[in-house]
Design a protein around this ligand. Structure first.
Ligand SMILES: Cc1ncc(COP(=O)(O)O)c(C=O)c1O
Length: 382
């Protein structure tokens, strides 16, 4: 018998639901990935770089041309000048960046505050570092931070707070005023921030992404993480990046160096080239996904589900309490997949301890119009 270091980790709900969708032939709106491809020019660039001989190790910190592109983007969008050599690191996915940041900064006994519902990769990373996650529930129905509860949760052992905006699974956004409030709360304390901003470009209705990169005070103690996979519709490329002040970047790189050493070379060449040639991709992204959100929500308006349109991300939460109040959300997601042919994700799995009466499931609308129309037709028939 192996004494597991992660005894509570099993197959994730994302794998389970995607498998169930495949088995039953259901439309898969569960796991967060597009059912369409990234830009053709980007994919062609990868092929060209593979054929052109860019197939050996990239530098440990990432291809300089790609780090420069990230620095340009950070300057253009968030008004921060970062040193591409000392503050930008390319990683094989945001997940690896999260893992490295936590291993680099968390010691045994340290506490890390996470906000439930929260993305599932934070806690195992903290546990492997010997730390403990302190779960704070976001207030329903807005998924806002309860500032009093957060203040009460901070102890001398608190070493990190994990932010995620735009927020998976709720689609909620933090505001600049939230960042100011957080800065005030931790000003005198030795606490790092891990800011998971992988959905930074998926912000709708003209709202602004409150990046920690815009915040001078918080940035000094922050590791800001993003994902090319989300931004360029290529989640399977598992390529992301970290922006952090030089001292924090140096610590993170010590771990990254021995977890993977570097990211995939031809992908980095292609991304650097595409970012330089197509800066408009970023400004078009909110409109692109907002149109999908609106199509899906307009169609669902004829259903018995109730919802508030997601402010960001490519996820839409819906309340099903008028349809099957007797089912908890895991049972509901399974029933919906088996009986009505649409796979979703239950929200309780994002909680350490979900509220008993939670009746919310998550749909991913990063799908082609025909997929969304077909799914909505099935959902409206319930
Ligand atoms: C909140 C959040 N963080 C990180 C990731 C991981 O991104 P990547 O695929 O680049 O590892 C995801 C992917 O679903 C996510 O939703």
């Amino acid at each position: 018998m192996i004494a597991s270091k992660l005894p509570n980790v099993g197959t994730t709900i994302f794998t389970t639901m995607s498998q169930l969708a495949a088995e039953t032939g259901a439309i898969n709106l569960s796991q967060g990935f597009p059912d369409f491809d990234g830009p053709l020019a980007l994919r062609e660039a990868v092929a060209r770089h593979v054929l052109g001989g860019h197939n050996q190790y990239a530098p440990m910190t990432g291809l300089p041309a790609l780090r420069e592109q990230v620095a340009t983007k950070v300057r253009t969008l968030y008004g921060r000048s970062v040193d591409a050599d000392r503050e930008v690191t390319i990683t094989p996915g945001a997940t690896q960046a999260i893992f490295c940041a936590i291993q680099a900064l968390i010691r045994p006994g340290d506490e890390v505050i996470v906000f439930d519902p929260c993305y599932d990769s934070y806690e195992p990373s903290v546990q492997l570092a010997g730390g403990v996650c302190v779960h704070q529930q976001l207030s329903l129905p807005s998924f806002a931070i309860d500032w009093q509860r957060l203040a009460d949760a901070i102890t001398p052992r608190t070493r990190m707070i994990v932010l995620n905006t735009p927020h998976n699974p709720s689609g909620a956004l933090l505001e600049r005023s939230d960042l100011d409030r957080l800065a005030e709360l931790i000003r005198e304390r030795d606490i790092y921030l891990l800011s998971d901003e992988v959905y930074e470009h998926l912000v709708f209705d003209g709202r602004e992404h409150a990046s920690v990169l815009r915040h001078d005070e918080l940035y000094q103690r922050a590791v800001v993480i993003s994902s090319f996979g989300k931004t360029y519709h290529v989640t399977g490329w598992k390529t992301g990046y970290v922006v952090a002040p030089p001292a924090l970047s140096a610590e993170l790189r010590k771990v990254h160096q021995y977890v993977s050493f570097t990211g995939v070379t031809p992908l980095q060449w292609a991304l650097a080239e595409f970012m330089a040639a197509h800066p408009e991709h970023l400004s078009e992204l909110p409109g692109f996904y907002q149109a999908k959100r609106d199509l899906f929500c307009d169609l669902l308006a004829g259903s018995r589900f109730s919802f508030t349109r997601a402010a960001g991300t490519y996820f839409q939460l819906v309340d099903y309490s008028t349809i099957r109040p007797d089912l908890n959300d895991v049972a509901m997601a399974e029933w919906l997949t088996r009986e009505h042919g649409v796979a979703s994700i239950p929200i309780s799995v994002f909680y350490q301890q979900a509220p008993q009466d939670l009746r919310l499931i998550r749909f991913c609308f990063a799908k082609r119009e025909e997929t969304l129309r077909q799914a909505a037709e099935r959902l409206c028939a319930i």
